[in-house]
Design a protein around this ligand. Structure first.
Ligand code: ADP
Ligand code: MG
Length: 700
């Protein structure tokens, strides 16, 4: 980084408060510090540096959490650059299934989920002298849990030396000051550059959001906001005004489908403009950004793209709210905010997890506009009226109050928190959500039914795996002798499910692609189809070519491969722990034996696919038994738990063979998607005998 850029950093508003921050951190009587400052003032990148350079570390580390992977990775890279160090050296990051760290690392950016996993191994987080919980206003479930854990460490004097810094853009600090029983609040005033905010005009026709949300037509709504985004983008790029001729555009949309739709529309427009307005020299590149996009593709948004003359090409980034907080993307001059996001909500009585498009909160609107004005002045176009804005909620409902707590509960129990309903969270989840989680975990065998919901040995093993308990139980079961033959298949399937969407299917080529992929398809199972693809990929020497030929996402499969290796590593740990308990056995010998076992498995397995596939299905049922649905005529399936009538998702292989559903009678599904209808995604047909076999086995 050049000297001028480094000097610029010292002009960030946060530096006016540098001494104040240092004094508070060094004050023996203060354990919890709350820092609030406008977006872009320098909290996330500078506070860890200020601490590192001015406060004593006592051989410990500074840990900064982020709710999202992309932020943890990109910000740690930025800070390394500012400090002129290589990433993974002094400054590192750790996110699920990926880390860059070394013995020298002192400043560690992590996702909040990763820090919770560290608590399972070391409840006191003794590696860290300073823990910074960043972007707390986002109220991710993991950040809420970490607030609770850190409060417990400090208030109950388990870690007298720990300093907790909680940071956020805009929020009412009172709630947090009360929760942590602290008066120590630092408000950073000022931002570096102004952002002009525009709303659309008041007009009855302009109201997208009807206050009574059951009235609006879902599809009508979607096509309207996509249309508005398209028009707004076109107005900027076709404008003759000098100030609109340069600068990248960041558009916020609810989901991947919206992004892909708008991307296609924009590319068509590009052609149209070329043909109809040949005089206009318009060059732009559309970059999608959503959670399940492979991380190498996500990182593209940070790099400049040059044309053949070496000039920057204008970027139009279409993003979900994963870019809403934390990120600084260079050269964003325009933010376009659709005003919607996809909200996850769990209904325990029906056992359904829904993802619904809803209006954002005022706080989200502010965060979205804060993605510009970071390096120079910016503009934010809000595609909703001022009146609609006034009707937005102040904040988005905290995740902990609305999502499935199965995973979280298992983690809390393995950290050592026992009575989940009595934990001192900043906002308590509904009681029935914990009860539902207890129920699920008992039926998975992770908790003891009799003994006060104590975590079982199996539950402890499950918590070693950084994945949902549904999958960890399947993997642990696959270690049993009866599944030896299909062990590799099971790990393959679960690894692919943990990665991103491996299919790449542009709308225009749908038919050709379907023909190409026929060879992989198992007509009664999406899971087995995934297994077939992964197997081919694994054995293929020219992986890139293989993916290109079959329109598969190379990066996603590469990631599945990495996850596959890591899962094998975790399973090895589980096996070793089993032996450690048995003191008489020589551990070293045993480890070698395990290695032989895990490596040797590749050569096992019969050629009889029928038998193998049956075994695979049986092993999958051990985790998916709450996700069983029964055929109920007319291509509908009804869930056993919750009794919900659902259709098969159009991406499933089962769609092509509707007769099979009736023939088998049952299926297991990976997830339920709820839009205006309910769909089951990633399904495998099973027979009533298989369901009965599972039930009778489990009764024993
Ligand atoms: P905050 O956390 O307060 O929102 P950050 O610490 O993330 O702010 O960033 C502070 C400022 O540092 C940004 O406004 C921007 O000017 C600069 N900055 C941060 N990251 C980058 C980056 N990757 N590239 C260029 N400038 C950056
Ligand atoms: Mg920040």
């Amino acid at each position: 980084m050049n000297n001028n850029a480094l000097k610029q950093i010292l002009f960030l508003p946060i530096y006016k408060y540098k001494q104040d921050i240092i004094n508070k951190i060094n004050d023996e009587n203060i354990n919890v510090i709350i820092i609030i400052g406008e977006t872009g003032c320098g909290k996330t990148t500078q506070v860890p540096k200020i601490i590192y350079e001015n406060c004593s570390l006592e051989n410990k580390m500074i840990c900064i959490t982020q709710p999202r992977r992309i932020a943890a990775i990109s910000i740690s890279e930025r800070v390394s650059e500012e400090m002129n160090r290589r990433i993974g050296d002094l400054i590192g990051y750790s996110v699920r299934f990926k880390e860059k760290m070394s013995k020298k690392t002192k400043i560690k950016y992590v996702t909040d989920g990763m820090l919770i996993r560290e608590c399972i191994i070391d409840r006191n987080l003794s590696k860290y002298k300073y823990i910074i919980l960043d972007e707390i206003h986002e109220r991710s479930i993991h950040t809420d849990i970490l607030m609770m854990i850190c409060k417990d460490l400090i208030i109950n004097k388990k870690r007298k030396d720990l300093k907790l810094i909680i940071m956020s853009a805009t929020l009412n600090p009172k709630k947090y000051m009360d929760y942590f029983n602290t008066n120590c609040l630092l408000k950073i005033e000022g931002r570096k550059y102004p952002v002009k905010v525009y709303n659309i005009e008041e007009d009855n026709n302009n109201n997208l959001i009807n206050n009574n949300d059951s009235y609006y037509d879902y599809y009508d709504l979607i096509s309207k906001y996509i249309d508005r985004c398209l028009n707004c983008i076109l107005q900027i790029i076709l404008s003759d005004k000098e100030e609109n001729k340069e600068g990248d555009i960041l558009v916020f949309l609810p989901g991947q489908e919206d992004i892909e739709d708008l991307q296609e529309l924009l590319l068509n427009k590009k052609e149209e403009i070329k043909n109809e307005l040949p005089g206009k020299k318009i060059e732009f590149m559309v970059l999608p950004l959503f959670g399940s996009l492979p991380s190498n593709q996500q990182m593209k948004i940070f790099r400049p793209i040059k044309n053949k003359f070496g000039k920057n090409i204008r970027k139009i980034i279409l993003s979900t709210n994963i870019a809403e907080t934390s990120l600084t993307i260079k050269n964003i001059k325009f933010v376009i905010d659709s005003g919607f996001f996809k909200k996850r909500k769990f209904y325990p009585k029906l056992n359904i997890d829904t993802l619904k498009i809803e209006p954002i909160s005022k706080n989200s609107a502010l965060q979205r506009s804060g993605r510009t004005g970071r390096e120079s002045p910016g503009n934010c176009y809000r595609l909703y009226t001022k009146e609609e804005y006034n009707n937005f909620d102040e904040n988005t409902e905290p995740e902990i109050k609305r999502i499935n707590l199965r995973n979280t509960s298992l983690q809390l129990l393995s950290i050592g928190y026992n009575n989940l309903n009595n934990i001192d969270f900043i906002d308590k989840p509904p009681k029935e959500n914990f009860n539902n989680a207890y129920e699920d975990l008992i039926s998975l065998g992770a908790l003891d039914k009799e003994e006060n919901h104590k975590i079982t040995e199996l539950g402890k093993k499950m918590s070693i795996l950084p994945i949902d308990p549904i999958y960890s139980i399947i993997l642990i079961n696959s270690l049993n002798d009866e599944y030896t033959e299909v062990f590799e298949d099971i790990v393959s399937i679960i690894s692919v499910l943990q990665s991103d969407n491996i299919f790449y299917t542009p709308n225009s080529k749908k038919e050709i692609i379907e023909k190409l992929r026929e060879k992989f398809i198992d007509p009664n199972s999406d899971h087995l189809t995934l297994r077939n693809i992964f197997k081919e990929y694994k054995n293929n020497k020219n992986k890139e070519e293989f993916c290109k030929e079959n329109y598969l996402n190379d990066k996603a499969l590469q990631k599945s491969m990495e996850i596959y290796q890591q899962i094998i590593g975790y399973l090895k740990k589980i096996k070793i722990n089993e032996y450690k308990k048995d003191e008489e056995k020589e551990i070293k010998d045993k480890i070698e034996q395990i290695d032989r076992y895990l490596n040797g498995l590749k050569n096992l397995g019969t050629d009889n696919n029928e038998i193998k596939n049956k075994l695979i299905k049986e092993c999958l049922i051990t985790g998916y038994f709450n996700n069983i649905s029964k055929y109920s005529g007319d291509n509908f399936f009804s869930t056993i738990k919750g009794n919900q009538l659902c259709k098969i998702h159009p991406t499933s292989v089962l769609i092509k063979n509707p007769k099979l559903g009736k023939q088998y009678g049952y299926l297991i599904f990976n997830e339920m998607i709820v839009t205006s209808k309910k769909y089951l995604k990633c399904c495998t047909l099973i027979t009533s005998q298989q369901v009965e076999k599972y039930i009778s086995k489990n009764r024993k």
